[in-house]
Design a protein around this ligand. Structure first.
Ligand code: BES
Ligand code: MN
Ligand code: MN
Length: 455
């Protein structure tokens, strides 16, 4: 990047961090309607950022939370890059496990603690600052850029897809960039070339029309909580393989070369166990930990409830029991097909004596990037500039639904350039972002524009 841009990044570091803190103070929790005003406020904040750096920007209302769109298209003939990010965050709960409050950003130990610090406010913000540095010094960018910053990523919202479809021609681009993943490890930045997909659903079993005295009536009717446990227990065999019929039929198996590539990455199993607080690792037999996380499909119960969950005993046969279930999918698995098989599985194994309702929340397919794309070369060079370290190619187990939509609707691949760490407590208490990674991310982002222009 030009020396003036690098100089600007250096001398504005403190202000960048203060602005990020201002954004983090806005509790933009997309899942909870009580936070609706904060969603508007966060969108307005992002919009104002674009305006003040001289980009054309608008807040687009949707049936749900607004989308902020901005563009700078004054480089005809140069490539066009679309940057995606999300200003919504996960709920901060459980609140009592935060060292300092989730929406009062606090610096400790070179890290900025707040909900959204790394997922995704702190990460997408780097690209705004990278663009700002060019516009405020050189006066222009070496490429055309379009920004889409949405507010429903964490709830798998459908409104973004509609926006992308409606604005298909306005959003035309050559490549997309998302910073919403992680580095491989501290000091080892990464380009993520694959993500898992997901399906999310809920199953409820209903027995008696109300909770019953378990002494008086127990033994004479099916207990929905007992039945749900039996059902859920059938999802896996003792080798950790998912028992939904056809679950593995379309799975794209890892190539020997990929397995070697995974195995060559440094991985300290003992440190991993300790980080997670488990005595032993567990998963599908026949696969390594990285393979299980990045390239094998899974099925997990995210939460289960029913009956009495308060303090002390209560003697009832509950009326209802619910399980929230997600499956992570790998390339070639079809979310709709897997959802159907899961529902079918639950219904056929579902015990007599209770009724079953099934709710399908959302889903998206997995994604793998073309390993021969020239954009990979540009991204590697940009990260070398910003992090002063060699990036590794990895996959990730998480999902970013827009990635497959961008491919489907706009026909483009997405560069997943994560500046955070998986140990940044995303979706957990004490979420944080290493401040040095924030600034390295900004520098990599600023360098990316010129690296892509050079291709
Ligand atoms: N940024 C994450 C996804 C992520 C995190 C990918 C770390 C790779 C490494 C994203 O915000 C997220 O949480 N996605 C959800 C998607 C779901 C709500 C549709 C997920 O993966 O659970
Ligand atoms: Mn995210
Ligand atoms: Mn997230």
């Amino acid at each position: 990047m030009p020396p003036a841009v690098a100089e600007y990044l250096k001398s504005n570091q403190d202000r960048f961090l203060e602005e990020l803190q201002a954004l983090l103070r806005i509790p933009s929790v997309s899942a909870d309607p009580a936070f609706q005003p904060a969603m508007q406020q966060a969108a307005a904040f992002v919009h104002q950022q674009f305006e003040s750096m001289g980009m054309t920007s608008e807040i687009v209302a949707t049936a749900g939370h607004p989308i902020v769109y901005a563009e700078w298209l004054k480089k005809p003939g140069a490539p066009t890059v679309l940057v995606y990010g999300h200003y919504d965050v996960q709920p901060p709960d459980p609140l009592d496990l935060w060292t300092t409050p989730a929406f009062e950003p606090t610096i400790r130990d070179g890290k900025l603690f707040a909900r959204g610090a790394t997922d995704d406010k702190g990460q997408f913000f780097t690209h705004l600052k990278g663009a700002e540095a060019w516009l405020k010094t050189v006066g222009e960018l070496p490429v055309n850029v379009k920004f889409v910053i949405e507010g429903e990523e964490e709830v798998g919202g459908a409104n973004l897809d509609k926006f992308l479809e409606e604005r298909k021609s306005q959003l035309a681009c050559d490549v997309a960039v998302i910073s919403d993943t992680s580095q491989y490890a501290p000091g080892i930045p990464a380009i993520t070339y694959g993500l898992r997909g997901i399906i999310a659903c809920e199953v409820t079993l209903t027995g008696p029309k109300k909770d019953l005295h378990s002494g008086v009536f127990g033994g004479s009717v099916a207990n929905p909580v007992n039945m749900l446990c039996r059902l859920v227990a059938q999802l896996h065999d003792d080798q950790g393989r998912v028992q939904i019929p056809g679950f593995y039929d379309d799975v794209l198996e890892l190539t020997p070369a990929e397995r070697e590539q995974f195995a060559a990455l440094p991985f300290d199993e003992a440190a991993y166990r300790q980080e997670l607080g488990v005595k032993e690792l567990s998963g599908e037999a026949g696969f390594t930990t990285l393979e299980r996380r990045w390239a094998r499909p899974t099925c997990d119960v995210n939460g289960m409830f029913g009956g009495y969950t308060g303090v002390g005993p209560k003697t009832i046969v509950p009326s209802k029991a619910t399980a929230k279930i997600t499956c992570r999918l790998v390339p070639h698995q079809d979310p709709a097909k897997i959802t159907k098989s899961l529902e079918q599985f639950l219904r056929t194994r579902g015990p007599a004596g209770v009724s079953l309702t099934f709710t399908d929340f959302h889903g998206c397919p997995a994604f793998v990037f073309d390993p021969n794309s020239p954009y990979l070369t540009a991204a590697k060079a940009a990260i070398r500039e910003g992090f002063r370290a060699e990036p590794v190619l990895i996959r990730e187990g998480g999902s970013i639904p827009v990635v497959s939509t961008l491919k489907q609707i706009l026909g483009v691949d997405t560069l997943l350039l994560g500046w955070g760490l998986n140990t940044d407590n995303l979706h957990s208490p004490d979420e944080h972002f290493t401040i040095a990674d924030f600034h390295r991310g900004i520098a990599s982002g600023a360098a990316l524009w010129s690296q892509i222009a050079k291709l």
